[in-house]
Design a protein around this ligand. Structure first.
Ligand SMILES: Nc1ncnc2c1ncn2[C@@H]1O[C@H](COP(=O)(O)OP(=O)(O)O)[C@@H](O)[C@H]1O
Ligand SMILES: [Mg+2]
Length: 328
């Protein structure tokens, strides 16, 4: 096994609302090896964005609980003060391309000025020439022509703007990059090009990625691990090579069967119903009421178990001694 870059233990992020606490991230634990890519999939509202924000401590004002451990290179980031976190971690070691980032570039600033900005924040002594040199390097890495640097965001296509946001995340040479649905708003060809850029970065620089995506098919090109979020919990984490054939959680399987493939002409399955509210979620398995394999035990919260291909699954079907497992 490679070196563990990130280890998250029992991470919780609850928001305060008038209707009660929203349990957006609930006791999430996982590890990620250096240089690997973890894809996070799951329906909208299941806490994927909240998880990445919790890791990068980008928190709204209405937090109610924020607890657990975030070990980065073996050191618990939860113990850092906000000031320390901002100076030593955010952008410098862990960067993020937020959801819809390409539409939130500053319209009145040239791309060059936006890309060099994180460098000046972290390195006050850096000269303009040095910063522009580094910006040119990352521009080349993401495959953008250098003369685009002096342009404004509106002068770039969607795919190019998304590359620019990735360049911005890479400019400080972070070890871990969080990508929140980087290819959602792009057409298929542009998505494929973007995945090739990310694959190249991963290979050449050994960058570690956490990529949230709706598109399991796209994720398969980059991901080494796939995690499935459901109603604030990570219900399965699995090596990518097994996920596509041997995901075990009934929710993961439903997600997989809702993915169209070019190779087989199978029927698309939509998952009836919707995830539960994260205010007072069900006390047992949160997927139970949509699961066609549920049984009596599912009224209690399942513990994570590890299966033969390293899948970590929160489901009673696979618990030691479960009678149902034999028939699953
Ligand atoms: N600041 C906030 N205050 C209250 N609820 C929030 C806040 N941010 C997100 N949520 C809620 O947390 C849940 C998880 O949201 P999110 O992490 O954005 O999910 P995803 O990225 O999987 O779509 C949703 O129910 C969302 O409405
Ligand atoms: Mg989201």
């Amino acid at each position: 096994m490679g070196k563990i870059l990130l280890e998250v233990n029992n991470l919780k992020l609850y928001f305060k609302t008038k209707k009660g606490p929203v349990q957006a991230v609930d006791n999430v634990s996982f590890t990620l090896e250096e240089g690997k890519t973890l894809a996070i999939v799951g329906e909208s509202g299941c806490g994927k964005t909240s998880l990445t924000k919790a890791i990068l401590r980008l928190l709204p004002r209405n937090i109610m609980e924020y607890s657990g451990e975030i070990l980065f290179e073996g050191v618990d980031l939860m113990k850092y003060s906000d000031e320390q976190f901002r100076k030593e971690i955010r952008w410098k070691k862990i960067a993020m391309v937020p959801q819809a980032a390409m539409n939130s570039l500053n319209p009145v600033m040239r791309i060059e000025d936006q890309i060099t900005e994180p460098l000046f924040i972290h390195n006050r002594d850096m000269t303009k020439e040095e910063a522009v040199k580094r910006a040119c390097e990352v521009f080349q890495i993401v495959g953008l022509p250098l003369d685009f640097m002096r342009r404004y965001p509106f002068e770039l296509s969607g795919g190019m703007r998304q590359r620019a946001t990735i360049a911005m995340a890479l400019v400080t040479n972070p070890k871990l990059v969080l990508l929140d649905e980087p290819s959602s708003a792009l057409d298929l060809l542009t998505q494929a090009n973007l995945m090739n850029v990310l694959k190249k970065i991963k290979k050449e620089f050994g960058t570690t990625f956490i990529m949230i995506t709706h598109d399991i098919g796209t994720a398969s090109e980059l991901a080494d691990e796939v995690a499935v979020m459901y109603a604030g919990e990570m219900v399965e984490k699995c090596h990518a090579e097994y996920f596509y054939t041997d995901a075990r959680h009934p929710y993961s399987r439903k997600l997989m069967s809702s993915v169209p493939t070019l190779r087989e002409d199978k029927e698309l399955v939509f998952i009836p119903g919707q995830p539960p509210s994260l205010i007072n979620p069900p006390s047992g398995c949160r997927f139970a009421d949509r699961c066609d394999q549920r049984f009596a035990k599912c009224s209690q919260p399942p513990e994570a178990v590890e299966l033969e291909h390293g899948q970590q699954v929160k489901c009673w079907l696979y618990t030691e001694g479960s009678e149902v497992k034999k028939h699953a």
